[in-house]
Design a protein around this ligand. Structure first.
Ligand SMILES: CC(C)(COP(=O)(O)OP(=O)(O)OC[C@H]1O[C@@H](n2cnc3c(N)ncnc32)[C@H](O)[C@@H]1OP(=O)(O)O)[C@@H](O)C(=O)NCCC(=O)NCCS
Length: 159
């Protein structure tokens, strides 16, 4: 199995990342993660567009935007052929480490209410549901709001 490298997105990645979002995250919705929007985040000092690359090609992507009080995980997707290899976990841990260094200790995100895999994924990383937003996705689907307090480190088996 080829090595996975976690690196910030490169110039020219945005169209490929937008296509991944359309296929893996926004299916059935009007796409809002256009290549132009992703490129704006890639150039912004308040955001990181992160990729996981296998043999040079993009296997996963995550976009995080850093605010004063909280960081928002805007997008996360891993190509089906590369899922369940810990790639999303590596991407999120990289972004969480960066948030800690920036002094931001809350990570928030929304996910489609029907997305059981994502719910299991975030729960496995210590995220907890903090809300439910009716019709968040273009009135077509509800969102679950999840968040994690990075200042709290839970220790497996403790307590
Ligand atoms: C959700 C998603 C990002 C997970 O990516 P991944 O790289 O496969 O996840 P990881 O391998 O890092 O999984 C870490 C842990 O999360 C949990 N998990 C991940 N996918 C899961 C699934 N389909 N079902 C149940 N648990 C899952 C498991 O506990 C897993 O650990 P394990 O494999 O040792 O059991 C991926 O399924 C995906 O891209 N889905 C489509 C897009 C999407 O839903 N994005 C997130 C919402 S915006």
């Amino acid at each position: 199995m080829e090595a996975i490298v976690i690196v910030p997105a490169r110039r020219g990645d945005a169209p490929r990342l937008a296509a991944m979002s359309r296929r893996l995250v926004e299916a059935g919705l009007e796409p809002c993660w256009t290549a132009e929007r992703i490129e704006r985040h890639r150039r912004s000092q308040d955001s990181v567009v992160l990729t996981a690359r296998a043999a040079g090609s993009v296997a996963g992507v995550a976009i995080m935007q850093y605010g004063d009080d909280a960081a928002h995980l805007n997008l996360l997707a891993v190509e089906p052929a590369h899922q369940r290899r810990g790639i999303a976990r590596q991407l999120v841990i990289w972004l969480e480490d960066t948030a800690r260094v920036a002094g931001t200790f809350t990570i928030r995100l929304e996910l489609r209410a029907s997305n059981r895999a994502a719910r299991a994924f975030y729960t496995s990383l210590g995220y907890r549901q903090s809300g439910w937003v009716r019709g968040y996705y273009q009135g077509l689907e509800d969102a679950l709001r999840f968040e994690r307090d990075l200042a709290v480190r839970s220790v497996a088996g403790a307590g």
